[in-house]
Design a protein around this ligand. Structure first.
Ligand code: GLU
Length: 384
């Protein structure tokens, strides 16, 4: 049976971020090519269904360690970094070959925390990802282990994946690991452990249920997966922890099957300004957008320009909140306008360069600037 929550989560997924843990990717013989092929085939299937996939992968260190014939756990940072340098190339080659069988290109992105805290680099990362997604390429991201130590280390790929999901504005983050979800107690210690199917809110009990114990090959353990869930759900993205070795796992999840643990997005996830625009202000009019403008706003984080407006409804002044609808009347965004309804009627459908010619002045390029706009990834705005 498919629950209402699952249905709601999977019904509109266009961009999915898939995090694959070391425990999933490796077996006794190092990287498990069979599993990688299996997962890649599924990702290729999702792409055929029109979804965009971004992968955050682990497995570089484990692969490098195996190549060097080291069977013990790696101790020092330089050892791990060296192993990552050895394993990363192999990891990418395997992904590349595997995706190649489906005619799909992959792109490698190696990142550190300092890349994300630097505004310019952050924007560069986002721009690169946006272009790769547009080109239909699958970005494969890992931490740049060879340069990241201590303070610049993400800590683990669970957090890297959480940040990436936010950057690409994913509709869903699937964290594939070697346990099949979150249990109410450590399943390795208690036979009474029961899997938690749905988490509406990350309470103290949920945090306590996640043990800090890392699996033997991965880094993060369940604790870090639940900490990452907090970040992901806080920005409105649903999050599923599931067992990655199970055949058909991605397909099953995206068909709404009750697999793994689903963390629902927080309901107050918009930032306070967006929230204010979306819910506190009453809309004074409507703008109907063409498909290009809709996709620019939803997929590419753009402002609304006059060229994408096809109709204006209602009378409103500069600074008023208006709702933007697509051609089917489904709300896309709500925002504060830089031009009045009268002005917009004159410049709708026109290039920005024509604004001055038509109005005799141009105070702004955008009809609604992105900073003054609330765009919802879920359906809540639809009630606005
Ligand atoms: N970046 C590490 C690797 O590729 C994994 C880190 C993690 O699993 O959290 O081996």
């Amino acid at each position: 049976m498919i629950s209402e929550e699952r249905k709601a989560v999977v019904s509109n997924v266009r961009k999915v971020l898939i995090k694959i843990g070391t425990g999933v990717l490796t077996g006794k013989e190092g990287l498990d090519l069979g599993i990688i092929d299996q997962l890649v085939e599924e990702v290729a299937g999702l792409k055929k269904r029109g979804m965009h996939a971004v992968i955050v992968t682990s497995g570089a260190i484990a692969s490098g360690r195996h190549r060097m014939g080291i069977t013990r756990k790696l101790r020092s940072m330089p050892e791990k970094q060296a192993a990552a340098a050895i394993g990363q190339g192999r990891l990418m080659r395997i992904y590349s070959n595997s995706f190649g069988k489906h005619g799909i290109f992959v792109a490698q992105m190696l990142l550190t925390m300092s890349d994300l805290t630097d505004r310019q680099r952050f924007i560069n990362i986002r721009n690169t990802l946006t272009k790769l997604i547009e080109w239909g390429v699958v970005p494969i991201i890992n931490e740049n282990d060879t340069v990241s130590v201590d303070e610049i280390k993400f800590g683990d790929n669970d957090h890297l994946a959480a940040m990436m999901a936010n950057i690409i504005e994913a509709d869903l983050l699937i964290n594939l690991t070697n346990t099949d979800g979150l249990y109410d107690r450590n399943p390795k210690e208690s036979r009474k452990a029961r899997q938690i199917k749905l988490v509406r809110e990350i309470t103290d009990e949920i945090e306590a249920a996640a043990t800090a114990e890392a699996d033997p090959v991965g880094m993060g353990g369940m604790k870090s997966k639940v900490m990452a869930a907090k970040k992901v759900t806080a920005c409105g993205i649903p999050y599923i922890i599931a067992g990655g070795k199970k055949k058909g796992v991605l397909n099953d999840i995206l068909s709404g099957k009750e697999i793994g643990t689903l963390f629902l997005p927080m309901t107050d996830c918009l930032n306070s300004r967006e929230y204010w625009i979306a819910f506190t202000l009453r809309s004074r009019g409507k703008l109907i957008l063409d498909d290009g403008a809709k996709s620019a706003i939803i997929d590419r984080g753009k402002s609304l320009l006059p060229s994408g407006i096809t109709e204006v409804e209602g009378e409103f002044s500069v600074g008023d909140p208006v709702i933007c609808l697509d051609r089917e009347g489904i709300p896309v965004a709500k925002g504060l306008v830089n031009y009045s309804s009268e002005e917009i009627k004159k410049i709708q459908g026109l290039k920005t360069s024509k604004i001055e010619q038509v109005l005799g002045y141009k105070h702004y390029d955008e009809v609604i600037h992105r900073d003054n706009m609330a765009v919802s990834r879920d359906k809540r705005l639809r009630k606005a």
